[in-house]
Design a protein around this ligand. Sequence first.
Ligand code: ATP
Ligand code: MG
Length: 371
Amino acid sequence: MNTAVPQTEDAGAAACAGPTDALGTSAAQARSAVLEELIRTDPGRFRVLTGDRPTGRLHLGHFFGTLHNRVRLQELGVELFVVIADYQVLTDRDVADNLLQHVEELVLDYLAIGVDPARSTIFTHGAVPALNQLMLPFLSLVSVSELNRNPTVKDEIAHSRQSAVSGLMFTYPVHQAADILFCKANLVPVGQDQLPHLELTRTIARRFNDRYGAGSAVFPQPDALLSSAPLLLGTDGTKMSKSRNNAITLAATVDETARLVKGAKTDSERHISYDPATRPEVSSLLLLAALCQGRSPEQVAADIGSAGAAALKKVVTESVNEYLAPIRARRAEYGQDRAHLRAVLSEGNERARAVADATLAEVRAAMNTCY
Ligand code: ATP
Ligand code: MG
């Protein structure tokens, strides 16, 4: 696999986006447009790693933020690795409740949306020792102040269930670098919250190559691929999140979906308009309906006009239920065969172990630690 992905002037210019764009979203969006073109012309040069924490069922934020992109890339011929980040459950809680059940539910969600285990590798990082061993040399390549600055980690600490912040919380972006680099992925379809982590992964790859590569690149510097919904809000107006009780899951029933959307936060203005800066909650609902309908949020807003929030919610509920109907049907079907879910995972784990063993051997050779 050729992992060198050329940078372009466009991406460089976008990298100078304003100081208010703290997560670098506009630069990542511009870069994503460039990457889309490269993927279309040469999908074989890309390897993708993405994943999720097994903390609950996947939701619409995941779907439009990253899942949709994963399946699209797989269908374009890009090799796909999907990590179920079981160790990372322990970043913001003491105990990983119902872990096996959550892991199985994630596999179920992946199969339902169209991840094909014959072409793509679904694995849990806890089952891949050589991947985890990469964490030690990688930790030596970052400073404590770099870890301290990460805005996503700060936000997650604010929402954490723990009174004290664990070392795992601070260092999980380094673990994530191991998730990405063990398979030398060069493309990571993610939501906006992951951009600082991706930047750290790039830094780690660059520093490892500089320090140990002896003139050649052991690791690629992976790119983030942002979707058109890099931050979908939940029913309370903050990031839709498994752990915040504000999510509409892919597996929700038609009635649950209606109830959740009905309870979603909006504002008091009757005229419905798309303006993410001043009306974030209304705009996120419009975006959701638009993504389901394959139209623009402005068009959806124009249809609703001055009919108010109730009309907007009716449109959102109907659009989501219609869009998710085939996914929910497939989910119910795959859910009949739990043994199959476990077999998918065990095959994926085996494949991931082989890849990780090869990478660790390379790392040890580069670091002169083969005894
Ligand atoms: P948790 O609350 O347990 O952290 P989560 O809902 O934040 O769960 P993760 O497993 O942390 O989900 O994230 C998995 C992937 O989904 C990441 O790439 C993340 O960027 C993306 N993602 C999660 N929530 C959203 C969202 N609301 N909008 C867009 N992308 C999202
Ligand atoms: Mg999260």
